[in-house]
Design a protein around this ligand. Structure first.
Ligand SMILES: Cc1cc2nc3c(=O)[nH]c(=O)nc-3n(C[C@H](O)[C@H](O)[C@H](O)COP(=O)(O)O)c2cc1C
Length: 188
């Protein structure tokens, strides 16, 4: 697949195979994040790799999956992500205003993973204080989000938005359908 196809075919994955991902691969995706655009090139973001079963299990208690269809979007025990990458802001570099940097960095990370057929879920509906404690973060590092990762065990698909309803849903075959607004709708 070329880059355009990787970007347009990517869907958020919430069901994963239990095949491990090496730290080396996770470092590769963080390297993709490292080279993302950054406002004034300040590069305030830091990352933490969570790639051991017990810590992954602990973090899983503090995340919320697929709110529109909860609890139907929750992975079962044998579909859980095998790793997380936590995205952090180093407040000793920059005090606030990280959102655009975070968006660019996370997107680089998940597209690089997608190119290796690794699925991911960008997660913001998380218990920030619990995960901050679990990761034992120093004062200067603020948790921004976590990205769940693993080889894919589901195949969500894009579908058209109808009646302005953007809520994703599972069809009768259990496939997650993700409504996306049409090109004509978004070009003004
Ligand atoms: C900032 C942000 C936070 C998100 N947080 C969560 C989350 O906490 N839990 C979850 O299951 N999905 C989360 N998602 C994934 C979105 O639900 C998903 O991107 C959206 O439904 C569109 O699907 P797609 O990524 O397959 O195009 C988040 C996405 C973004 C960009």
């Amino acid at each position: 697949m070329n880059t355009y196809e990787i970007i347009t075919n990517r869907r958020t994955i919430r069901k994963f195979s239990q095949t491990p991902i090496s730290d080396e691969l996770l470092r590769k995706y963080i390297n993709a994040a490292r080279l993302a655009p950054s406002a004034a090139n300040r590069q305030p973001l830091k990352y933490k790799i969570i790639n051991n079963k017990s810590l992954v299990s602990e973090i899983l208690k503090s995340v919320k999956w697929a709110n529109y269809i909860s609890p139907d979007g929750n992975p079962s025990k044998d579909e859980e992500p095998v790793a997380f990458i936590a995205v952090l802001a180093d407040m000793s570099i920059q005090k606030d205003g990280y959102e655009a940097d975070m968006g660019a960095a996370v997107q680089n990370m998940i597209i690089a993973a997608e190119a290796d057929e690794i699925g991911s879920c960008w997660m913001g509906a998380i218990n920030y204080s619990e995960i901050t404690k679990l990761l034992n973060l120093p004062q200067n590092l603020k948790l921004l989000c976590v990205v769940a990762m693993g080889y894919k065990a589901e195949n969500p698909r894009e579908c058209p938005v109808e009646n302005n309803n953007i809520k994703y849903y599972k069809d009768k075959n259990g496939v997650l359908n993700v409504p996306k607004r049409s090109l004509d709708d978004i070009i003004v």
